[in-house]
Design a protein around this ligand. Structure first.
Ligand code: 48F
Length: 257
């Protein structure tokens, strides 16, 4: 007779291992709005995509809306993206609409899953694998290990491309500098975010989606931090447009099957 306790353990281990990617086309770091949008469009094109998220929950900066009011504002021109994720915006008729933060976070996640994205939550990217001056993988560990300050060696995953969607801290780009390489920015380093200026910030995060180091792209708020754009607050049209642009650019560069 099967013992349910052991069966549960076995099934969790087996299923986790079945789904766990050792070799990705694209590793997206950060399951905020820009990362989830980028991941969905790339997976939809048939590529193998994993999102590594340090927290147990997806959504990044979405949940808190503006100052904990769980409402998000987007511009009307992102309706095509909202439709791809089945998200209902409430239009005001003046170029802007509001979204429920919970609906926004959960539908970005569920539609990305439906497109084939593997979410690897509770896992932190702590370093990069760099060979011949190109990123060729990510170094991962359980977030619980760093939270508990345990000395545990990480594991490595192979990937053709990495997207830094870690938001304001632009953590993946900082890893390039930590390993004494330069970024494709004016100074070769992180330019740092400027003061809030919503209109310019929204354009900046879309227009500056770039490959900042061979095989490393930046999307979302990390774009502003790395290239010196303004901050913006809880208006998210730029975030999802930046994710979509990152997907389009990365897809142009990935080998065709
Ligand atoms: O911050 P976040 O939501 O990034 P985003 O897509 O969106 C920014 C907006 O939320 C908001 C804004 C818009 O107006 O200003 O801030 O640019 O999501 C980033 C995610 O990355 C995770 C982090 O937990 C968060 O969920 N993250 C950060 N560093 C790592 C990481 C890491 N080293 N490994 C794994 N996950």
């Amino acid at each position: 007779m099967k013992e349910i306790e052991v069966e549960t353990t076995k099934r969790i281990m087996q299923r986790f291992w079945q789904d766990f990617p050792l070799d990705l086309d694209v590793a997206v770091i950060g399951a905020g709005p820009s990362g989830m949008v980028a991941a969905k469009y790339i997976a939809q094109a048939g590529k193998k995509v994993g999102i590594f998220e340090r927290d147990l929950s997806i959504g990044g900066g979405i949940w808190g809306g503006g100052m904990l009011f769980p409402v998000i504002v987007v511009q009307d021109d992102v309706h095509p993206i909202l439709r791809d994720f089945d998200i209902e915006g409430r239009a005001a008729g003046d170029g802007y609409c509001t979204l429920n933060a919970v609906e926004f976070a959960t539908k970005l996640g569920s539609k990305a899953i439906d497109s084939g994205v593997k979410f690897l939550n509770g896992i932190e990217v702590e370093d990069l694998i760099i060979k011949n001056d190109r990123v060729s993988g990510v170094v991962i560990n359980w977030s619980a290990v760093s939270a508990a300050k345990l000395h545990v060696d990480p594991l490595g995953i192979k990937t053709k491309t990495v997207i830094d969607a870690t938001g304001h801290p632009c953590e993946v780009c900082k890893m390039i500098l930590k390993r004494r390489h330069k970024l494709a920015t004016k100074s070769g380093g992180i330019e740092g975010e400027r003061a809030m200026d919503v209109e310019n910030a929204e354009k900046f995060v879309v227009n500056n989606v770039k490959e900042v180091y061979p095989n490393l792209w930046v999307a979302g708020m990390a774009v502003s931090a790395v290239f010196g754009g303004p901050r913006m607050g809880p208006i998210f049209g730029g975030m999802i447009s930046s994710g979509k642009r990152a997907a389009e650019e990365v897809l142009k560069r990935l080998p065709k099957e």
